[in-house]
Ligand binder design. Structure first.
Ligand code: ADP
Length: 410
């Protein structure tokens, strides 16, 4: 405001209100600065995460590539072929686990993880987790002590997710303990809680890391020599899954070099479960060795289709291949398979459309349609069921599972 000389300005606002406005502006400025710092921090975390992701995905690719080059040399003994194949198998399992973790984390962020609740006995949950982590524990020459309660101990929850919780803790114990260490898994009832303790004699956790250890993308010292890396997702998943079961999880460590202990507490399910009424359930068929089946493989990835065919023919099946939907429909006019392995992401006509059209062909109601796809979210399973698929397999398909499915075709 410019005032002619000699005039007095009468302010609308008393001076204390001007101060107030000033303070509000300063508060807003401080809040904006904080938001900016948060954005910068999450930007930094994303960049760091992508770098870690690239690193962790490349790690298993290197031995796979080398093993394949060695296999190509030819003239190898059966023992060497077995060894190289085991390496490929192990690294593929690791890659698959990373991808599964990634998918889980995206479901966590969007709140899409669901758990199926049922009365669950803890002993088999422990057994499944231990079986899956045993290769890593043995490779690192650790001793594993398992303490189970004498009485059955039940919780209410999702057995697969409960095993996943314990598996993550056991794998971490194996990873973050120098070779030849000790891991102890103890399950007990404490009051109204089922308590699982996973303790190790490993690297321990610093007081600085301890309060953040369950946060997404939090990782300790990345320069340590580690058997298998990770993405800083495992413990965030553990906490989320435990909380979805109505429980809690804590981490304890006296510091670097002093080992760590993770304690999972779940509500104990006191009442024994009512005997399940199995009258409405389908009888499980004893597994028959699969006789030769006629199989139609539909996949636009030629390598994938060829490898699948080699495997199926090795098992004695007769295989035809189509690389896209129209080719499949052409073939289907005069070829009636027992089972169709159908990729969903086909160019032009997608797998859902192909499945719908195949189902409409005369005499095709009894043909087993199997979706073989990279998409494995609940939503994808629902969609393939609604489209008329009999089964939904997520790539990479476990060969034994496929052979069992084919055994039940026809
Ligand atoms: P990742 O193992 O992929 O780094 P996690 O979320 O499983 O991610 O673990 C986060 C961090 O917590 C790890 O990077 C590691 O520093 C620390 N940590 C987890 N478990 C243990 C353990 N048993 N002993 C020592 N440190 C651990």
């Amino acid at each position: 405001m410019v005032l002619p000389q000699g005039q007095l300005a009468v302010m609308d606002d008393p001076p204390w209100e001007g101060d107030e406005r000033h303070r509000r502006l300063e508060d807003e400025l401080a809040a904006t600065r904080r938001r900016l710092a948060d954005l910068e921090e999450s930007d930094r975390q994303i960049h760091e995460f992508l770098a870690t992701l690239a690193h962790e995905l490349r790690n298993p690719l290197a031995p796979i590539r080398n093993a394949v080059s060695l296999l190509r040399l030819g003239g190898l003994s059966a023992a060497m072929i077995e060894w190289y194949s085991t390496v490929i198998d192990r690294q593929l399992a690791h890659l698959t686990r990373l991808v599964d973790d990634l998918l889980d984390v995206s479901r966590i962020s969007s709140g899409k993880i669901t758990i199926h609740r049922e009365p669950v006995e803890m002993a088999p949950v422990v057994e499944t987790a231990v079986d899956s982590s045993r290769p890593l524990i043995e490779a690192r020459k650790h001793t594993l002590e398992i303490l189970l309660p004498d009485e059955p101990l039940q919780v209410e929850g999702d057995p697969t997710r409960l095993s996943q919780i314990l598996l993550n803790l056991l794998n971490n114990a194996a990873k973050y303990t120098p070779e030849g260490g000790g891991i102890r898994l103890a399950v007990a009832r404490e009051g109204a809680q089922a308590v699982v303790r996973v303790a190790d004699t490993g690297l321990g956790i610093s007081a600085e890391l301890l309060p953040r250890v369950f946060d997404l993308f939090t990782q300790g010292d990345r320069s340590l020599d580690r058997a298998e890396g990770g993405l800083g997702i495992g413990l965030a998943l553990v906490r989320r899954l435990v909380e979805m079961h109505g429980g809690s999880v804590e981490a304890h460590s006296a510091g670097p070099g002093c080992g760590s202990e993770f304690v999972v507490r779940l509500p104990w399910l006191a009442a024994p479960p009512a005997p399940r009424d199995s009258s409405g359930e389908r009888e499980t068929q004893p597994l028959q060795p699969a006789g030769p089946r006629r199989v139609l493989v539909i996949d636009d990835n030629r390598d994938a289709a060829d490898m699948m065919t080699v495997l199926l023919e090795l098992w004695g099946h007769e295989v035809r291949i189509a690389h896209h939907g129209l080719e499949a429909l052409d073939l289907a006019a005069d070829y009636r398979p027992d089972a169709v392995l159908l990729d969903i992401g086909l160019p032009g006509m997608d797998g859902y459309e192909v499945a719908k059209r195949l189902r409409q062909l005369p005499g095709w109601d009894g043909v087993m349609l199997v979706a073989v796809t990279g998409y494995g979210q609940d939503e994808d399973l629902r969609r393939s069921r609604e489209t008329g698929f009999d089964h939904h397999l997520v790539k990479p398909v476990e060969p034994l599972k496929l052979e069992c499915l084919l055994a039940s075709a026809r």
